[in-house]
Design a protein around this ligand. Structure first.
Ligand SMILES: [Zn+2]
Ligand SMILES: [Zn+2]
Length: 453
């Protein structure tokens, strides 16, 4: 299936698409509108998702950006609603406290939740909707991350960031004039979460070759097309042209649809996302704040592209793999995780008992495949990844933060995130491949040079 050629509305087909990859692709997103003055279609969205009495959730910033207009549109259409406004201009955190506050104010006579905001408000509302058993919809105020149409929320639970699965929002409304007025850093974050897809798609294909992991070319192609359109719109994003902002919003919504289609987050998240996950884990462990998700993954993307460039020059061989297997020290591996993650390290160490990624047998088997398919793997990197210098030039012109120091992260934390990326989830990354063939430490050296240059 070539999903990149289908109009957005067609992708929402209830029956989905029987695909050559063996899966039926569908999303639970029922209604989507991206464009100027889309907020005027709010009553249409509510009726499409079966909502008669929404609970509108916003904070003071998103109230100013869109909440007031949303409420006026509801009143104009004679739709009764309840308003839950977090009376703060500080960044809301996706944590138990805020979800509890939302739950205490939830009016059970409401039959849907209308999130007015970006990532955090959307995530809180998705969890609230799951708990209350009502559908959610979002009026997006900034194109800052790709969770609009995804079936999960990123939440802090007991001081640890976790992915919690929820139903996908039933409606997404992106008024591009509202979004074009978003804070500049949020626009940049959206671009960061999009350029991440270069690496996500590359890592997905690598794992497909090495592990036979499920992969769908149709879903990957849909993501590639969306990314290419965003890259063609950079000048317009800089100028806050609503058309260009709409392209970013569309890319971010499509990333959510791609994840639903594939039933895994692979099309939208790879090694570059691990930097963000690990930096958030470190920040929570140390009681510090952290930057926007999209900004962090943008930095992660810019950091790893030169490492992939070096990776393509390697020639893996079995002798090196055997030497690495002999040299592997499980105690030192666990001690390093404890040094980097503190208390949070124990579950990461414990999960090795079921994941067994450090086992010599699996490592030999994967390495044999890597060696056998090395030319193909290099070709995948050639096909998926942009030239690091060219992308850096374009991102610098846009003002995207590109170095850990730009977002308050030390070079050491960046190196630790690189080395430990293979340990945080049961997911095969290019760093997993480097470790398998005995080149991960050298990869970290390359990254160190990039960081110090
Ligand atoms: Zn498919
Ligand atoms: Zn992301």
């Amino acid at each position: 299936m070539d999903f990149s050629k289908l109009p957005l509305d067609a992708l929402l087909s209830r029956d989905g698409f029987e695909c050559g990859c063996g899966r039926r692709h569908r999303t639970d997103l029922r209604w989507l509108r991206i464009g100027r003055n889309a907020v005027g279609a709010l009553p249409e969205m509510l009726s499409a998702i079966g909502g008669r009495r929404p609970m509108v959730v916003c904070d003071l910033n998103t109230w100013d950006a869109a909440g007031e207009r949303v409420c006026a549109a509801l009143e104009g259409a004679g739709i009764e609603y309840r308003l839950c406004r977090f009376d703060t201009r500080e960044r809301l955190m996706p944590a138990e406290w805020e979800l509890g506050s939302l739950a205490m104010r939830f009016d059970p006579t409401c039959d849907c939740i209308l999130a007015v905001g970006g990532g955090v408000i959307n995530d809180l509302c998705k969890l609230m909707g799951k708990a209350a058993g009502v559908p959610t919809a979002i009026v997006a105020t900034a194109p800052s991350m790709d969770g609009f149409a995804s079936n999960s929320g990123a939440m802090e639970v007991g001081g640890v960031k976790k992915t919690i699965y929820t139903p996908c929002p039933a409606g997404v409304l992106c008024d591009t004039e509202i979004m074009a007025a978003a804070p500049r850093r949020m626009l940049l974050a959206g671009v960061g979460d999009m350029i991440a897809k270069y690496v996500s798609l590359c890592d997905w294909r690598i794992s497909h070759v090495v592990n036979g992991e499920y992969y769908c070319e149709g879903v990957a192609g849909m993501m590639r097309g969306a990314l290419a359109r965003v890259m063609d719109s950079l000048e317009g994003i800089e100028a806050r042209d609503p058309e260009a902002i709409g392209t970013v919003a569309e890319g971010l919504v499509l990333a959510g649809i791609a994840m639903s289609f594939a039933q895994v987050s692979r099309p939208a998240s790879g090694l570059e996302h691990c930097f963000s996950h690990i930096w958030e884990m470190m920040a929570l462990e140390r009681g510090r704040s952290y930057d926007l998700h999209g900004i962090q993954v943008g930095v992660g993307t810019m950091l790893v592209l030169p490492v992939y460039r070096w990776m393509r020059t390697l020639r893996p061989d079995m002798a090196r793999v055997e030497a690495a297997i002999s040299a592997f020290d499980g105690g030192a591996w666990a001690a390093n995780l404890r040094r980097v993650f503190g208390r949070t390290a124990e579950p990461l160490i414990a999960q090795e008992r079921t994941q067994r990624k450090n086992d010599p047998e699996g490592r030999r088997r994967r390495s044999a495949r890597i060696i056998e398919h090395w030319d193909e793997l290099v070709q995948i990197m050639d096909e998926e990844l942009p030239d690091a210098d060219a992308l850096r030039g374009r991102m610098r012109a846009l003002g995207l933060p590109m170095r850990p120091g730009d977002i308050g992260i030390s070079n050491e934390d960046a190196l630790d995130a690189f080395v430990c990326s293979r340990d945080i989830r049961d997911r095969y990354l290019s760093t997993s491949m480097l470790w398998d063939i005995g080149w991960l430490d050298e990869g970290a050296e390359v990254l160190k040079e990039v960081l110090e240059s």
